[in-house]
Design a protein around this ligand. Structure first.
Ligand SMILES: [Zn+2]
Length: 99
């Protein structure tokens, strides 16, 4: 009887120990996973502004002129519309190139 009574108790203790170890392992895994997610979110937060800035730089370079600016058809410099000195065939020329 004694051996039969001790046998299940030992197995129960083993199960409790195993479950405790599993809980500890799961807690550690959960903590590490949360840290990784935070680091990933932080990395994304740092990467997004840089991507937006590069896009804005590309947009500025692609746009030939703003509404109050024009691109000279001779020197291709973007100048203010007040500097338009001549217009030929729809092409605008700055004061430096018109003369
Ligand atoms: Zn010009």
């Amino acid at each position: 009887m004694a051996t039969d009574y001790d046998a299940p108790r030992k197995s129960e203790e083993d199960i409790k120990e195993d479950s405790l170890e599993e809980l500890k392992t799961r807690r550690t895994e959960t903590r590490s996973a949360v840290v990784d997610e935070d680091e990933a979110e932080a990395a994304d937060a740092y990467e997004l502004p840089g991507a937006d800035l590069s896009g804005e730089e590309l947009l500025v370079r692609v746009l030939p002129a703003q509404s109050d600016e024009f691109t000279c058809a001779s020197c291709f410099l973007v100048r203010h519309r007040s500097q338009i000195a001549a217009e030929k065939d729809g092409l605008l020329y700055c004061s430096d190139c018109a003369g």
